[in-house]
Design a protein around this ligand. Structure first.
Ligand code: NDP
Length: 450
């Protein structure tokens, strides 16, 4: 379609070096063809042209002092993409790989994901190339404070509400919130993922992982299958991976892999969740320690991965849960999963599968839940945290988890029904993109040319 090609070319021309952003835009606009063909109002109102250029891109320098008294300088940004259906909302990522293309892909995806949750939240994302690895508590705190010294003037409970992502967990949210409060003299719901005794929501920590498994359950119901007794593979070993594993184990499934930036663990007897939490949440150490303490586990260092392969996806399994980072599952990995009989892929990470890998899953007609639908549970409970902050009423774990479950069921049925409506039955990539897009695009049209 000419219109979608033009949009892709526009993005490549305006942002030539932002490859992940090109990838995310391509995946979305290609799947929007059925709705764009049916209704010309979107092209007439230049909706795609407006969606691919953020409302605002804020870039700033973060200057802080390390433990040796040396002045350190990092780059940071907040990309406010679209606020047609609510305040900008999306995480902050601290990782040395962070660049404008990565934050833009994440922010763009966030628009559609947030729309799918049915909550009133727009899309945004931010971060820094700061590497929290190996930093002391004091260095992490000083960096977070310096980061907020600039960010505070751009965010607000009804403007832009950041949360965590890779490298930003409860500890960092605490330091960021403390500095925001100090600078503004306001105690409001300006960040989500807060601790429970100062405005956080029960079930937020678990939400993305649990939600991703709930989404897999919904997909599997369609083929009369369950996760009980099934071998599963999971990548990553951070927030999303840990709570994916917890929910899988509660449902009687057997997750057998985890990975981190240095390597992977294959534990045929099933992942030991207590040990994993201790290594990653308390000690903040590498997975090498897991293999030292659990004899049934085999550790493979990333240096020994065969070229072009992520060995996590080559372990035979019934279901796979990519939960580490973008483009961690390529076409070779997808073929291996399918060859070994994998029936379900539910993405906890954002854009973990390359476009070619996604095509493999869709062509094979397995249950494939793209990240923007399957991992929306995290932002959904962040939205619920905002509701609890606004009403000054905390909810119980059970109530919040039940709401999360309902939201994941709704996201699945919305994506699935929308795919049917537009003649692409079973294609949840198209269903999720079209459903997420339609709500935001119609709101933009209602609100005029801005
Ligand atoms: P964490 O920082 O808690 O964990 C990330 C995990 O992935 C760690 O195990 C980390 O290894 C590993 N990892 C990070 N980068 C790489 C890399 N380049 N190669 C291999 N492994 C890597 O982050 P989250 O669990 O919060 O986020 C994981 C994914 O889920 C991201 O794609 C994020 O955008 C997405 N997501 C997160 C949500 C949330 O609520 N947290 C919501 C929706 C999506 P190591 O331990 O060595 O650092």
């Amino acid at each position: 379609m000419n219109y979608t090609n033009n949009i892709l070319n526009l993005v490549k021309e305006k942002y030539p070096a932002q490859l992940e952003f090109h990838q995310a835009v391509r995946e979305v606009v290609e799947s929007l063809v059925p709705i764009l063909n049916r209704y010309n109002k979107y092209q007439k109102n230049a909706i795609l042209e407006r969606l691919v250029i953020p409302d605002r891109e804020i870039y700033f320098r973060v200057t802080w002092t390390d433990d040796e008294g040396k002045i350190q300088v990092n780059r940071a940004c907040r990309i406010e993409f679209n606020a047609a259906i609510g305040p900008y909302k999306g995480g902050l990522r601290f990782h040395p790989s962070v660049n404008p293309g990565i934050i833009k892909f994440l922010g763009f995806e966030q628009i559609f994901k947030n729309s799918l949750t049915t909550l009133a939240i727009g899309g945004g994302k931010g971060g820094s190339d700061f590497d929290p690895k190996g930093k002391s508590e004091g260095e992490i705190m000083r960096f977070c404070q310096a980061f907020m010294n600039e960010l505070y003037r751009h965010i607000g409970a009804n403007t832009d509400v950041p949360a965590g992502d890779i490298g930003v967990g409860g500890r960092e949210i605490g330091y960021l919130f403390g500095q925001y409060r100090k600078l503004t003299n306001r105690f409001d719901g300006v960040l989500t993922g807060k601790a429970l005794n100062w405005g956080g929501s029960l079930a937020r920590t678990e939400a993305t992982g649990y939600g991703c498994v709930y989404f897999a359950q919904e997909m599997l119901k369609e083929i009369n299958e369950t996760l009980e007794g099934k071998t599963c593979v999971v990548s990553g070993s951070g927030n999303v991976a840990i709570y994916t594993i917890e929910k899988l184990q509660q449902l009687g499934a057997k997750p057998v892999t985890i990975s981190d930036q240095k390597g992977m663990i294959y534990d045929e007897s099933g992942i030991d969740l207590v040990l994993l939490k201790d290594i990653k949440e308390v000690r903040r150490a590498s997975l090498e320690e897991y293999a030292k303490e659990k004899k049934s586990a085999k550790y493979t260092s990333i240096k020994d991965y065969p070229q072009g392969i992520n060995p996590v996806w080559h372990i035979p399994c019934f279901a796979a849960f990519p939960s580490a980072t973008q483009n961690e599952l390529n076409v070779n990995d997808a073929k291996a999963l399918l060859k070994n009989g994998c029936k379900c892929v539910s993405e906890g990470a954002n854009m973990p599968s390359t476009i070619e890998a996604v095509h493999e899953f869709i062509n094979a007609k397995i249950c494939y839940g793209p990240g923007k639908a399957a991992n929306a549970g995290g932002v959904a409970v962040s939205g619920l945290e905002m509701a609890q902050n606004a009403s000054m009423t905390p909810w119980s774990f059970e109530y919040t988890d039940k709401k999360l479950h309902q939201i994941m069921e709704n996201i699945f049925s919305n994506a699935s029904e929308t795919a049917k409506e537009f003649g692409v039955k079973g294609n949840l990539v198209a269903g999720a993109n079209i459903a997420g897009f339609r709500k935001v695009a119609d709101a933009m049209i209602d609100q005029g040319v801005l």
